[in-house]
Ligand binder design. Structure first.
Ligand SMILES: Cc1cc2nc3c(=O)[nH]c(=O)nc-3n(C[C@H](O)[C@H](O)[C@H](O)COP(=O)(O)OP(=O)(O)OC[C@H]3O[C@@H](n4cnc5c(N)ncnc54)[C@H](O)[C@@H]3O)c2cc1C
Length: 496
């Protein structure tokens, strides 16, 4: 066969697509602008301590579960080492001084919360059943052949997660609790479709893990496999243009002028970035203005904490904290009261770790807060920016210390990132954590197809299908399925 596929960007979507196509006889070339492959899978190391930037925990890796099947197919197991989070409290939701654990498994999940909300036991059952129903109805989440790919029940696309929770659950505090890990999908009240909430929660409810030694191993292993299958992966190779003739894409031009010819081009970029690379009449102005008008998910401010040696016991749970019972309001925070919510989690450097070396402390931050430094370069944004970050970090560390007394004193060093960091490292619009905002009140708006009007140009990544390790891998299967066949890929994954 030996058709040449050029893939722009080495995020999880680009690498997964390249792997599937290389495995099926295509000649692939992955081009990455950064020095490191992986996009959100990138890690950085300071003073010997390693930090993950955009992939902190994964789910459904247990025997017979969906991510395990994908990881096996992608040759990531057994090399990717994991440590399970606490089965009785993988996530802990903290609201106004009270804590609520999420336990793995539907029955455990219901019973743990029913102890605090006994009158809600049956409604909790209805809720977990609704979530499992959405995941099981999707062929790609349950690895069934799909005869047609419109696998989402329109009811789950058009109803918001907040509305489904509110109509299923009676107790107002429990409603807040069930939405408590919404930073995982940057949920917005009345807008985030129920299917996104359901996919994410079902995924982690089955089983939840941290990747030992950092999630960048996933990108490294995929690149190794792609190369072993004869593919090419080049870092520091920024694509400046997607070249087209009157009918199709012919290849790409790098920013140093080098030209590469390809039979197909697949972009792993935010669709707005892809359009900047395309100067062709094949793309209609209406599509350009639709993409320009897309809203993106909120971004974040993160403090990367390096702890003093043996100062903090390692904890196998993630803490989602809210000062007030208004979890859906966290993304629409008032800058004067920033930040009344955060996500705190330890990073796992070894399977038998007893003390935390490092942690992530993250909260929402809108791009407008750093917009005045847009256009400056990483490490050279000036003293005012450094002071802005220092103040924000101290505020957030103080908020953490109020909930976890003693953590501030245990901090040896810390580093920070803002929405600008994500904009510069991954190229995502406004540093949006999860790309395009999905809005159930305008369901068609947020749907970006893997196909484009250029017949041999496709898209992949978190803006196609959905975000997160599962959403992006499934999206990559759908995109690779344009050249192969989705059902054939599913059969390969199932090993038959
Ligand atoms: C803070 C944060 C925490 C997260 N935590 C989790 C988590 O715990 N679990 C989970 O499952 N998911 C998590 N996610 C989501 C997950 O990381 C993403 O959905 C996923 O990794 C996105 O992959 P992608 O393929 O869309 O590409 P991206 O990661 O966006 O990568 C795109 C790549 O394209 C490259 N690129 C851009 N422009 C060019 C160009 N012109 N030429 C060449 N290359 C270019 C970029 O450098 C980048 O490497 C998190 C995301 C964030 C931001």
């Amino acid at each position: 066969m030996d058709k040449h596929v050029i893939i722009i960007g080495s995020g999880l979507g680009g690498l997964t697509c390249a792997y599937i196509l290389a495995k099926n006889g295509y000649r692939v070339t992955v081009l990455e602008k950064n020095a490191q492959f992986g996009g959100c899978l990138q890690n950085f190391t300071r003073r010997g301590v390693k930090f993950e930037t955009g992939m902190h925990y994964v789910g459904s890796l247990g025997e017979g579960e969906v991510l395990r099947a994908f990881f096996n197919y992608l040759s990531l197991l057994p090399a990717v080492e994991t440590r399970a989070l606490d089965r009785m409290a993988y996530d802990v939701i903290s609201i106004a001084g009270e804590r609520f654990p999420f336990a793995n498994g539907e029955e455990n999940f219901v019973e743990t919360l029913a102890r605090r909300f006994p009158a809600e036991r049956q409604r909790l059952r209805d809720y977990v059943r609704a979530i499992a129903g959405v995941a099981n109805a999707s062929p790609l989440h349950s690895l069934r052949p799909a005869d047609e790919m419109a696998f989402l029940d329109p009811a789950h696309v058009r109803r918001s997660a907040s509305e489904v929770i509110e109509s299923t659950i009676g107790d107002p505090l429990l409603r807040e609790v069930l939405a408590g890990n919404l930073p995982l999908y940057a949920g917005v009240r009345g807008k985030t479709p129920f299917y996104i909430h359901a996919f994410v929660n079902h995924f982690y409810n089955e089983s939840a893990y941290r990747v030992v030694g950092g999630s960048d191993v996933i990108a490294r292993l995929l690149v190794d496999s792609i190369r072993a299958m004869g593919g090419v992966a080049r870092a520091r190779a920024r694509v400046a243009a997607i070249d087209c003739d009157d009918a199709r894409a012919t290849g790409v031009t790098l920013d140093d002028g080098e030209r590469l010819r390809g039979d197909y081009v697949i972009s792993n970029l935010h669709p707005a970035r892809s359009l900047e690379l395309l100067d062709t009449r094949l793309i209609r102005p209406a599509y350009r203005s639709r993409v320009a008008g897309l809203k993106n998910s909120v971004s974040n401010f993160t403090v990367y904490i390096h702890f003093k040696k043996d100062a903090i016991p390692y904890v196998d749970s993630n803490l989602y904290h809210y000062d007030r019972p208004d979890v859906w309001g966290a993304g629409q925070y008032d800058p004067a009261c920033w930040s009344g919510s955060f996500l705190y989690m330890h990073l796992c450097s070894s399977v038998d770790q007893r003390h935390a070396d490092a942690a992530i402390l993250m909260t929402y931050m809108r791009f407008e807060e750093v917009a005045r430094w847009q256009g400056t370069r990483v490490g050279r944004r000036g003293d005012e920016y450094e002071e802005f970050k220092r103040q924000k970090a101290e505020q957030l560390l103080a908020a953490l210390d109020r909930q976890e007394p003693g953590t501030r004193a245990a901090v040896e060093h810390y580093y920070t990132s803002t929405p600008l960091t994500y904009l510069d490292y991954t190229g995502t619009e406004e540093g949006a954590m999860y790309g395009i905002l999905r809005d159930c009140t305008e369901p068609a708006q947020g749907v970006i197809s893997q196909r484009t009007r250029v017949p041999n140009l496709f898209q992949v990544g978190q803006n196609i299908n959905s975000h997160g390790i599962l959403g992006v891998i499934i999206g990559a299967i759908i995109t690779a399925g344009e050249l192969l066949n989705v059902n054939a890929i599913i059969r390969q994954i199932k090993g038959n």
